[in-house]
Design a protein around this ligand. Sequence first.
Ligand code: HEC
Length: 159
Amino acid sequence: MAMKRRLHLLFLGAWALLFAGAVLAAEIAQPPVVDDSALPALGNDWRENNPYRGLPAAYDIGRSAYNQSCARCHGADAATNAAPAPDLRNLNRACRRIVSAELKARCQADKDAYFAKTVRQGKIIVGVTHMPPWDGVLKQELAWAIQVFIEAQARGGRE
Ligand code: HEC
């Protein structure tokens, strides 16, 4: 009886390890494979603001990168709120409502800084990785293109 019980515990332990492995694997940042040659190169120093707004190529490149690297947590095509992570279409909602062009630009600049910082550092809250850091995994070109794609989705898709 005691032996059987110990075996049982062993099985439980093995399952727990397997499960922990699966969760950890899910938190690793997977780089997307995308041809971004249509985007002006930005180098290693991160810009403060998104330089790709209004650039049509950014939408498709951003979409591909997003679906490879972000969709598994944030939802396919950034077009669903059924995912475990927040709906990223809401990120710029407050700015969209602002009428004054100057205030809108300032709001947008704050959102750009928040987007870049969050993506680079990830979301690690009291030691628990909610989102892995993307610094060194995702080029800034792709991060900004992803933001352009998300913003277009928030407005109902490609212009
Ligand atoms: C392993 C799952 C996972 C992946 C993959 C992932 N995220 Fe996240 N992300 C999260 C979670 C969970 C949160 C919310 C964390 C929190 O605040 O507790 C989050 C939050 C964010 C936020 C802040 C949202 C807000 O409302 O404040 C941004 C921006 C973001 N993610 C962008 C991205 C981008 C861009 C990618 C792809 C390059 C990505 N994420 C990939 C899980 C993920």
